[in-house]
Design a protein around this ligand. Sequence first.
Ligand code: KIV
Length: 287
Amino acid sequence: MSVHPVEPSAAAPRPALNLPRLRDMAARGEKLAMVTCYDATFAQLLDAAEVDIQLVGDSLGNVVQGQSSTLPVTLEHMAYHTACVARAKRQAWLVTDMPFGSYEASPQQAFESAAALMRAGAQMVKIEGGGDIAHTVRFLVDRGIPVCGHLGLTPQRVHALGGFRIQGRDEAAAAQLKADAAALAQAGAAMLVLELVPSALAREITQAHPEMMTIGIGAGAGTTGQVLVLHDLLGLTSGKRPRFVRDFTREPGSAADAPGLSVAQALRRYVVDVKAGRFPDEAVHGY
Ligand code: KIV
């Protein structure tokens, strides 16, 4: 028996979300629910669950292509999956990752890559990096391309970072993260993913930049919204589950042989629990 029954939303279909609507929701204190999406079927299921933001993440390298990192993912791969999702989704705001090697060389290179993703249906592009790419972020924003930054654990820099580990733990690293977030806000980034960052630091960055909606993954409960990789949320990924992930097909604390939720119910449960502040649970999922 579920503690919080999962009902489909009874409300009339929502109008398509855009940046002003997302900003209004955030300003009212509503938590934003983001999930990664790579194909048309899930784009419809995520819309039905009222997920606010669908992210065509370069995590597709891991969960779709079977790669061990996001580095082999190309601009063509990202444009293909963006078009698959864009054809099917109706309400969610659609963000697409700029893959490794598609933006670092120059602002002009970034603009051409972002334009290809926007032509495929993206409404916003996500770029990993801080002060080092602020100039590029400003270049895109000035040309009408909404930008989401990505700080903390930035998977495209996994080799430079020495693995998938929590970032910003010591004083110097925390100061650098805060400076990077300020540089992105100053450059006009409308959104910022914070990945694997101590909860207190993510909260501080969120409060310092109310104009930049923060979306946390392994960053505690103090961000504007939350994101999970779709396959993690549905309990489909093998290996040791990271601390910040919850399998939404299972009731917390339920027996291993207890019946699970359907995909549609699990997606709706994620949205309801993010909005109600039940996910993430600081004691269980925070750092
Ligand atoms: O590629 C991705 O899925 C991401 C999320 C982890 C935020 O960047």
